[in-house]
Design a protein around this ligand. Structure first.
Ligand SMILES: [Fe+2]
Length: 243
């Protein structure tokens, strides 16, 4: 993903959420207890195996239809989520794999360990993927996810959110973040969102309603732009893996 002719702008690791945050209970057990050590990346991490761009199907970025392969639409509020992936200099990043996963309209994941009361939607899987185009743009048609409760300090609810993964040019390059929705009052109560200490950086994870891209009588739209690093970088919840 990087252009070696340009100077490298290092990721501002101090700006990312801390690994250890007592208000986010599961972070306590998984946070490193000793100083991190630096390891060189391996050829496998830098060069492969990597995703084959020809493996995408026509419905892969359509979560309304992809679980049933087009046979029946998922239940819920239809939305378009779109945006542009840019590098540290503001240039678009074309040809990069963007993946999302999310709960259904009721706030339930299609996952063996999700026991929330809300039912599964037989027509909704909750995963999608796409490749950015020549302008670095991506889009998904999906269902607005519901809020869901999770065990943390007691009465805790995640704001509606979509998990987003960006793959780079090698197997070891993957960044993961979460997109929230403009106007959601639960964002201010969420201990996971609160791990992003800087208000401006948290606000960059909140996708604004984009009426210009909404389709009348069909779907609303939200815009979520992603900046890989530099001063305007999107907050990622993981560190680069390997590289
Ligand atoms: Fe989630």
């Amino acid at each position: 993903m990087s252009d070696r002719s340009l100077p490298l702008i290092p990721r501002d690791r101090a700006a990312h959420p801390p690994a250890y945050d007592p208000d986010y209970k599961t972070s306590v057990a998984r946070a490193p207890r000793q100083a991190l050590i630096s390891m060189d990346s391996t050829p496998t991490e830098e060069h492969g195996p990597r995703f084959g761009h020809d493996l995408l199907g026509p419905l892969d970025n359509d979560l309304v239809l992809n679980w049933t392969k087009g046979a029946a639409p998922a239940l819920g509020e239809r939305i378009l989520v779109h945006g542009r992936v840019r590098d540290e200099t503001g240039r678009p990043v074309p040809g990069t794999l963007v993946e999302i996963w999310q709960a259904n309209a009721g706030g339930r994941y299609r996952h063996a360990k999700d026991g929330y009361l809300a039912p599964l939607d037989p027509n909704f899987g909750g995963c999608g993927r796409t490749i950015t185009d020549d302008r670095g743009d991506y889009q998904f048609l999906t269902i607005r996810p519901g809020a869901y409760p999770w065990p943390n300090r007691g009465n805790e609810w995640r704001p509606a959110h979509i998990h987003v993964s960006i793959f780079g040019s090698g197997f070891g390059q993957r960044l993961i973040t979460q997109m929230y929705f403009e106007g959601d009052p639960l964002i201010a109560h969420c201990p996971i969102a609160a791990t992003v200490r800087d208000r401006g950086q948290l606000e960059a994870l909140v996708a604004p309603l984009d009426m210009a891209m909404a389709k009348p009588m069909d779907f609303l739209a939200y815009r979520f732009d992603i900046v890989l690093r530099g001063r305007r970088q999107t907050m990622f919840e993981n560190r680069p893996e390997g590289l």
